[in-house]
Design a protein around this ligand. Structure first.
Ligand code: UTP
Length: 300
């Protein structure tokens, strides 16, 4: 099989309504909620850039200004920090503006993740590309994207990321029916279903927010009818690619066993903050001391 072109473009959908995190997300995208000291989306952009995906397209919706402003320079703030000689804060402010080449496109109506991805069609063109969900954090100590890129180079088609969840949690995710591929770490995806009931779920393998997609997904998304929740589901388009035999079809998956946080979910968001604060150079020691006392005094 011919090598597929190198992947350089990342699409980051951040136009959802964030209803699970209301009222915090009433006037602010959930992707802007801080995790320790940076908005969640900054971790996601950094992950893309660190994997060599320097061309980032963000799909924004209402309240997109906060997102654009965060990745833009604020000369007056920088000048003020420089005048005070506060190099550390100056560097932290500049960090977000030095991450790759960020472009924006607006999804006028939040008609679902599949529709958000379709908004990237013109920017992406005819190359395979990555999709990283703006509210899904993969711990930077655990490898995922690079493994997916390696897999995609071998298999062509599209590659998704799966994670084992407790069987009763599967109804909150897209779910995959897979089979092993001899001698390989990745698996072949036979079928996908969005948010199945526990009884109907073909496995406990949940789709998580990292995808490497063949550009044929755009053709499929153009005729994908609204599915679960009345939204155009990326899972439905991927199901068509998984069972198809045309050029660009075929879906494989990497099963991720590392640390992942869904910052659009209140409990997972709080867990991300505690976990990453404990690891933080500046805050870690103080956080651990406080946590130990707090847990020791915790009553049921
Ligand atoms: P979610 O399903 O987690 O987003 O989509 P949501 O609809 O905002 O969630 P809740 O259930 O209302 O809290 C996963 C990702 O896809 C983006 C979201 O911003 C999130 O990053 N998304 C979703 C879009 O960009 N557009 C959409 O129409 C839907």
């Amino acid at each position: 099989m011919a090598l597929t072109p190198k992947i350089t473009k990342a699409v980051i959908p951040a136009a959802g309504l964030g209803t699970r995190f209301l009222p915090a997300t009433k006037a602010m995208p959930k992707e802007m909620l801080p995790v320790v000291d940076k908005p969640a989306i900054q971790y996601v952009v950094a992950e893309a850039v660190n994997a060599g995906l320097n061309d980032v397209l963000m799909i924004t919706g209402r309240s997109k200004r906060a997102l654009e402003d965060h990745f833009d320079r604020v000369p007056s703030l920088e000048a003020s920090l420089e005048a005070k000689g506060d190099v550390k804060k100056l560097r932290s402010v500049q960090e977000a503006t030095e991450l790759g080449d960020i472009h924006y496109v607006r999804q006028r109506d939040p008609r679902g993740l599949g529709h958000a991805v379709l908004c990237a069609k013109q920017h992406v063109g005819q190359e395979p590309f990555a999709v990283l969900l703006g509210d899904d954090l993969i711990d930077s100590r655990d490898e995922l994207l690079s493994l997916m890129v390696e897999t995609q180079q071998k298999t062509g088609g599209s590659v998704i990321a799966l994670m084992e969840v407790e069987p009763e949690q599967i109804s909150a995710y897209g779910c995959a029916d897979v089979s092993t591929v001899e001698g390989e770490d990745y698996v072949k995806v036979n079928a996908l279903v969005e948010k199945p009931s526990v009884e109907e779920a073909p496995s406990n393998l949940a789709i998580i927010g990292r995808y490497l997609l063949h550009p044929r997904v755009f053709e499929v998304l153009e005729h994908t009818a609204p599915g679960r929740g009345g939204e155009i589901q990326l899972t439905d388009a991927l199901q068509e690619l998984a069972v198809g035999s045309d050029e660009g079809s075929g879906v494989h998956a990497v099963v991720f066993r590392g640390r992942r946080y869904d910052t659009g979910d209140k409990l997972s968001y709080l867990q991300a903050n505690v976990t990453l604060a404990v690891e933080n150079e500046e805050l870690g020691a103080g956080m651990k001391t406080w946590l130990r006392t707090f847990v020791a005094n915790l009553e049921d």
